[in-house]
Structures are given as C-alpha cells and as structure tokens.
Design a binder for this molecule. Structure first.
Ligand code: ADP
Length: 887
C-alpha cells in the first residue's frame, strides 16, 4: 500500500472517528441539554398551568373574602333578607364571577341560602346533590372556628371536579363572631379547562385520579408521581412531549392528573442543530482533508517519492557517488541532506568494506590454505603417531643401559612389523656391521622395501621389511608412502644410534686415555676441594712431592705451599672460588723431604649449578728452568753491556770510516794533480815535443802513461766512492725520461761497442712515466753497467737494455751473453776492489770500484741493485729507480 493511500486512509479514518465521536458527544451533550431544556420548559408549563389553577382559586378566595367579610352578608346570614338576594345574588354575579354556586351556611350548620348556576346555559339550577352530600361529610368546609381558617382547593365530585372556597362570614372589618360559612364553587369542567388552556396558551388535559379509568399513557406515569416528584416529564413521541402533575384536594389527597402537551420544537431544534453541526463538521473535515492531502501530496508525498526514487536509483545503480536534491529548508530537505550524508558515509563504508572484503578474501584464501595444510598435517600426524611409536620403541631400546649395538638391532627388528599395515604378515631384517638380525618369521619375498643405514654418508647396513604374501598395490607398490618414509627414518635413526654408540665407545676410550694421560703426565695435576683438601693428584705430583696416595688424603693445600707464597696463593685461591680462572701462577711447593719445588701453572674451577665445587690446577716443575733463566738473565745482562760496547765501537768505526773517506778524498785530490802532470808530460814526451825518443823510450813512456791513467782512474773511483760514503755528494733529483737518457748515451755506448762489433738492443715499456733520479748519476750507472757487459762479453756479443714498470718503480736491466759470474761471486762483486779472475778481466783491466760505486748511487736514491747470472751464459744486472709520482 502506498504512503499516499495510507495517509489518505489514516486521515479519513481519523476524521471519521472524530466525526463519530463528535456526533456521539454532540448527541449526548447537546441533545441532553436540549432535552433538559425541553423538560425544563415542559415543567415550567406544567407549573404555569398549576399556577393558573391556583390563580383561579386565589381569585375565587378574593371573591369569597369580598362576600363573606361583608356586613351585608353578616346580616343576611341572620336575617336572610330578600333585598340582599335580589341585589347581590343575581345572574350577573354568577356569570361575572363565573361561579357555579354560592352556599350560605349559618354557624349552626344550616344552609340559609344556596344558589347554583349553569354557566353554559346561564340559567339557575339546583344545587348538585353530590356537593351537598360531600359538604355533609366535610365538617371542615362547613364550620370555621377561626376567622382565618379559610379553606380553598379542589374537591372531586362524581360529575366534575370543582374549585371551592369556604370562607367564615365576618363583618366588613373581618371580625367575628363567625356567623356562618360562605362556600363558593366553580366546576373545573371542559370549558374551564379550555379557558385555562387559552389563558396559559397551553394544551391542557385533566383526568381523574382513578387508575382504572385513565388512559394507558397516564397510567404509565402514575407510579412515578409523588409528593417528592410532583411534576414529571415524558416525551410522547418524536413530535410531542407531556408534563404531568398531580392535583390534590383540600385534604391533600390526589384527585386529578394534569397533563400539559407540548410540541417538541426545542428537541427538534436540538436535532437540527446537531445535524447542522455534524454536517458543517463533515464539510470542514472534507475541506481540511482535501487541503491536507494536497499539502501532503505536494510538500511531503511528492518529495518523499522523489527521495524514494533517488534512493531506489542509487540502490539499483549501486552508484554511491549520486546525491539526492536538497531543496528548501524543511525536515524533508534535512532528510535529503541526512540521506546524502548517510550515502556519503555509505560510500566511504562501502569503499572501506570493499577494501576489507578484499582483505577478507585474501585472509579467507590464507585460511583455506591453512585449513588444507592443517588437514594434511592431521593426516600426517596420524601417520607420524605410528612412526613415533616406532621411534619411541627404538629410543627406549637405545636408552637401555649397557645395551650393545647387536642387542639393540635385534630388539629393533622385532618391533618393526607392528607399524606396518599388515603386521601379521610382515617380517623384518637388519643387516649392520656385517651381522644380520631377523624376525622369527623372516623370509625373503619379492614384496619388500629397504633403506640403507649410513654413517657419515657411507653405507654400513640395511633395514628391510617384507610382506610374506602379495598385498594390494597402493601408490606404486604394496607399501604406504608413510611406510617408506618410516623405513628410511628407522635406517637413519639406526645410523645415528650406531654413531652415538661408537662415539660413546670413543668417549670411554678417550676418558681412559685422558685418565692415563693425566696419571702419566709430566706435569703436576691436582684438584682441591673448597676446604683445601686434595681430591685428586696425579702420579708425577705424588712422586715429585714424595707423598703416597694415603698421605695425600690427609694433606691440606697449605701443607705443601712455601710459607712465603701462602698469602699470595690464598688470594688466588679465593679468586678461583669466586669463579675466575687464574693463569700463569708461580708458586713454591715444599716436598715431604723439605725440597723446594718451583712450579708454574694454571688453576680453574669446576662448578655445578653455577656454584664452584672444586679447583683444578696443572703445574709444571720449573725449578731447573728458573735456574737457567736466572743464568740467562745474567748472560743477557752481560750481552747488553757487550752490545753497548759494540755500539760505541761501531760509532767509532763509522767515525774512523768517515775520517778515512775524508782523508781519501783529500788524498785523491792531492794525488790527481801530480798524476795529471805525469800523464801530460808522458804524452808530451811521446809526441817528441822535448826531443826525439827511441822505440824503447816510447814503450817506457807508454807504460808510464797507462799506469798513471790506471792510477788516476783508481783515484777517481776511490774519490767518488768516498765522497758518496762520506755523504758529500748530494743528488740533484728531478723527473727524468729514461728513453731520453738512453738515447743521449747511445753514441758513447756505441763507441765502446763498435770496435768489438757488439750489438745493443734497447727495449723500454711503452708509456713508461719519467723516473725520479739524478740524471747525471743515472747516466753514470747505465754507462758503467753497459761498459762492464761489453768488457765481459766476447767480440760480436749481444747486449740489451730493458726497462719495465714494477708498481711505482722502474726496473732497468743491462743484459749480456758474456762470460757470466758464478753464484758465490755474485754478492761479492758489489764490494769495492773486487775483481774476478778471468781472461777477459785480465785483458780489459779495471779498478774493481765500478759496481761498488753503482750500488752506492742506486741505494742513495732509494733503489736496489742485484745480479742474475750463469757462468758462460751471460749476466743480467738490474737496478730499480722510483717512478715520478707527478708524471
Ligand atoms: P772492474 O770492471 O773495474 O774490474 P767492477 O767493479 O766494475 O770493476 O767489476 C768488478 C768485477 O765484476 C769485474 O772485475 C768482473 O770480474 C765482474 N764483472 C762485472 N761485470 C761483469 C759482467 N757483465 N760479466 C762478467 N763479470 C762481470
């Protein structure tokens, strides 16, 4: 059902309900008011009718008073004069006063005069007998004891009810004595009632109070009328209503029933009013309903539908980025806004949810994998249980104290079949260390599986499980996958057990070995308990200190330590007890015979549960060594003093050497001058400048010149050497391109080589950087080496200069294929004046200073020189020179 229909129905039902309630309220409240008003009005009319009747009676009483308290009447009752009758009691009196009779009764109760008159026919008539009968029984009416005792009221006569007044006859001053009673009366007949009705403008009906004769509608109200309820109102039908009242006689006895009929105009008006009210309410409701519906439709339902469609569209499309329109500033726009906020939150939540979903998916996947894994693990677990039982069995067997490997193998083979799928038809065999162990039912069949027992990768046996009969095929054979794994595991376990058994044996053996080692060690080994007693001492200890095993048991540590060492040893003992190992202890033990033994060693501790329980010491008898050390110390001291002397002497020698060099330098200088003179003059003489010379003289001069030249060379060499040694020569270091140096020397070198037809090959490594050297000295070195090579190489020999890079050095070699140098001489040749004896040397001559000089120069700039040579094959002289660091 749509909201519109619901609203319509709700509004309609509410209005209907309201109308019904209002109808009933108006019916009850309004109609009750109208009914009450109607009743009140009826009651008033009844009272008005009653009043009219009372007024009649009062008028009659006034008339009666006029007539009875009148001197004429006072007299008439006595004398019954005709005059009075003729004057007063005429027809006019009756018609005017509308009296039906007048009765004059004297004080003795006798009717003095009476006159009755028929007002319809306006004729005198006889006094009704019924009245007279009534008066005869009513003393009250007839005689008055008091001037005030006036009786007024209605009496019911058989023919009609009658209004009656009984008045005492008095003087005009209303004084007595009372002479009689005047009774006047008027019939309350139909005409009288009509008159009353006209007078009161009411519809009046009067009935006798006689249950049997009154109409039924009167009968119905009779029981309800009483003195307390003198007036009763009853609607007769929709059109008329009646008011009832009882009329009593002079004795207060109900005699008549008065009914006032009234049209129900008030009631009808009330009905109309309610009807109009309901009708107008209906109209108002309908108008209000329509207006409300229109308003609701436009302001609420239409917009709600829009919102609903908007939400529906979002729902259908699932696009949470769409927003609802927010027009106006009322609750619906707020609702739109709220929905938008909600959609926004939904969008965020949806995004979040999407993210979480993805996460959940991933987690689910993980979970699923985990479940699968767990299931696999569960399955594995069941299988592993079997394996475990075997392992447990194997472990239990292996743990049996003192069990041998053979016993173990036999027991293991017996428990194996139980873990296979068909234990009753399973047999097993273990072959290990060349022995075989089988179950009692073992038989070699074709349905078997086996695994090698290995130790450190080497096969030492085999485990075999077989079925005695054919079994169904599972996987690729009659055995379960797990059973294959199990047999492998058992084999591996047996391998490990074998290993540990062997290790156990090895340990036992090693323990024995160690015990033996300790016992037979050359060192003193002791273990001391916390209270200083000896737990264990080895043989060497006992022999060295001279105590037997029994004596050691009663000894204390402090008994064997020299008193001078005790304080220090106590300190160390405490240190060890506090959990610190002490190494390199030196102490002096006192043997049983009082001999002092100096020992050196280490002490550590043994602990259990973190608590030191004993100390373990191992000492070496160093008595002899100490003695030797002392001697050595003395010797050392001697040596140090000798060394000191030597240093002093060396310094002296160096000083002397320097002095020698200086002397040599000076001497050489002094020698060179005369030598040059000798050479010069020898040359001069050979050139026959002073005069002719013969051949013999020429020869002599030549010898003088050659010897002098040799001497000069020698002196120059000595001079150079001593200058370098004395540190007088300073190197002029610079960056020198080796190729350039070699090129500049080529000419000089060729002049040496050419006469002997020797060749020179030069090989310099490409891109070799310049060297850091004194160019002049470098030339000297190179030239000297080339000269030597040429000298000690036969004619037509081959020479070569080679330069290569060696790290940040340049290695330069001068190579020849000459006579070579034997190994013992290779070191010597760098010493001054060393010349080896060979035919070429003898032929070429020389000073023996060249290589010494070269060595000095090379070492001066931080290089090295050496020779590699083989006699008869040639030599290679190599020196190093630093490469220039800045290019
Ligand atoms: P000198 O050449 O003046 O004798 P050196 O000091 O230059 O003095 O050489 C010392 C000795 O080393 C030489 O006498 C020679 O015996 C030996 N010697 C030097 N160079 C060579 C070489 N290239 N081949 C063989 N022997 C050599």
């Amino acid at each position: 059902m749509t909201l519109r229909r619901k609203t319509l129905m709700t509004v309609g039902m509410v209005f209907m309900g309201l109308l019904i309630i209002l109808y009933f309220i108006s019916q009850t409240i309004l109609m009750r008011s109208f009914t009450q008003l109607e009743e009140q009005r009826t009651r008033q009319n009844v009272e008005q009718a009653l009043n009219a009747l009372s007024n009649d009676i009062i008028t009659m009483k006034t008339v009666s008073s006029d007539w009875a308290a009148w001197d004429d009447t006072y007299a008439f009752i006595e004398d019954v004069n005709q005059n009075y009758i003729q004057t007063n009691l005429v027809t006019g009196t009756f018609t005017e006063l509308r009296l039906n009779f007048m009765l004059f009764i004297n004080s003795s109760g006798q009717m003095v005069y009476s006159k009755a008159f028929d007002l319809h026919s306006e004729k005198e008539m006889a006094v009704p007998r019924n009245l007279l009968s009534y008066l005869a029984t009513s003393n009250l009416m007839v005689s008055h004891s008091d001037p005030q005792s006036i009786i007024t009221g209605i009496v019911l006569l058989p023919e009609n009810p009658m209004l009656i007044v009984s008045y005492p006859i008095l003087t005009s001053e209303e004084k007595g004595p009372i002479r009689g009673t005047l009774i006047i009366g008027r019939y309350l007949d139909a005409s009288e009632i009509e008159r009353l009705a006209e007078q009161t403008r009411l519809s009046l009906t009067i009935h006798r109070y006689d249950y049997s004769s009154i109409p039924s509608e009167f009968q119905a109200v009779l029981p309800s009328l009483s003195e307390k309820t003198p007036v009763l109102v009853r609607p007769l039908d929709e059109q008329s209503i009646a008011g009832y009242a009882l009329i009593r006689d002079v004795y207060n006895k109900p005699i008549l029933l008065l009914r006032v009929d009234m049209p129900r105009d008030i009631y009808a008006q009330g009905q109309d009013t309610v009807a109009y009210f309901i009708l107008s309410l209906l109209v108002v409701s309908v108008v209000l309903g329509v207006v409300m519906m229109l308003f609701l439709d436009k302001q609420v339902l239409f917009r709600l539908t829009q919102l609903s469609q908007g939400i529906g569209n979002i729902g259908v499309s699932g696009d949470l980025s769409v927003r609802l329109p927010e027009t106006g500033e009322d609750e619906l726009s707020n609702l739109g806004g709220t929905i938008n906020v909600m959609v926004e939150i939904l969008e965020q939540s949806s995004n979040m949810l999407k993210g979480k979903n993805e996460l959940l998916d991933a987690q689910n996947k993980d979970l699923w994998n985990e479940i699968t894994e767990r299931k696999q693990i569960e399955h594995d677990l069941v299988e592993r249980m079997k394996e475990l039982q075997v392992f447990y069995g194997v472990t239990r067997i292996a743990e049996k104290p003192g069990i041998t490997l053979d016993e173990l193998s036999q027991e293991v083979v017996n428990i194996l079949p139980a873990s296979w799928q068909y234990p009753e038809v399973t047999c097993a065999r273990i072959a290990i260390n060349g022995k075989e162990f089988e179950t009692e039912n073992y038989r070699d069949t074709e349905w078997k599986q086996s695994s090698d027992i290995k130790l450190h990768g080497e096969k030492i046996g085999i485990v075999e499980v077989s079925y005695l009969g054919k079994r169904p095929e599972i996987y690729e054979g009659p055995f379960l996958k797990e059973e294959r794994r199990l047999i492998d595991a058992v084999a591996a376990r047996l391998g490990r057990i074998t290993e540990s058994k062997r290790a156990e044996e090895a340990l036992q053996e090693s323990e024995e070995r160690y015990r033996d080692l300790f016992e037979n060690a050359n060192d003193l080994i002791q273990s001391v308990t916390l209270d200083g007693r000896f737990g264990y001492v080895n043989k060497e200890w006992r022999e060295m200190l001279g105590y037997s095993k029994e004596e050691v048991a009663s000894l204390r540590l402090w008994d064997i330590i020299h008193p001078d060492c005790i304080p220090h040893c106590r300190e160390l003992f405490q240190k060890v007890l506090s959990g610190e190992a002490v190494n390199n202890i030196e102490a002096v033990f006192v043997a049983k015979d009082g001999k002092l033994i100096t020992v050196e060693g280490n002490v550590n501790y043994r602990s259990e549960g973190g608590k030191v329980i004993s100390t373990r010491g191992i000492f070496r008898n160093v008595t002899e060594r100490k003695q030797m050390e002392r001697q050595l110390q003395e010797r050392n001291e001697q040596l140090i003093s000798q060394q000191q002397e030597l240093i002093e002497k060396t310094e002296e020698v160096e000083r002397a050497n320097r002095l020698k060099s200086e002397f040599l330098a000076n001497m050489s200088h002094e020698l060179r001058t005369p030598l040059n003179v000798i050479i010069g003059f020898s040359q001069l003489m050979a050139d026959e400048v002073p005069g002719k010379i013969n051949e013999e003289q020429r020869q002599c001069l030549s010898d003088v010149s050659d010897s002098s030249q040799h001497l000069l060379n020698l002196i120059n060499g000595v001079l150079d050497l001593s200058r370098i040694e004395s540190g007088k020569v300073e190197l002029q270091l610079g960056n020198v391109a080796l190729t350039e140096v070699i090129a500049s020397l080529t000419k000089t070198m060729m002049s040496i080589l050419a006469p002997r037809e020797q060749s020179l090959d030069i090989e310099v490594e490409g891109g070799l950087p310049p060297v850091r050297a004194d160019e002049g000295k470098l030339r000297q070195v190179l030239l000297n080496l080339v000269d030597n090579s040429s000298k000690f190489t036969p004619d037509e020999g081959k020479l070569k200069i080679e330069a290569v890079r060696d790290g940040d050095l340049c290695r330069v070699s001068v190579i020849d294929n000459g006579i070579g140098i034997n190994e013992e001489d290779q070191e010597r040749i760098f010493e001054p004046f060393c010349r080896l004896d060979n035919p070429l040397a003898r032929k070429r001559g020389g000073t023996g200073l060249g290589l010494a000089l070269v060595k000095q120069i090379v070492e001066q700039y931080g290089g090295q020189i050496w020779v590699e040579s083989e006699q008869g094959k040639g030599s290679r002289f190599t020196f190093t020179v630093p490469l220039s660091t800045n290019g």
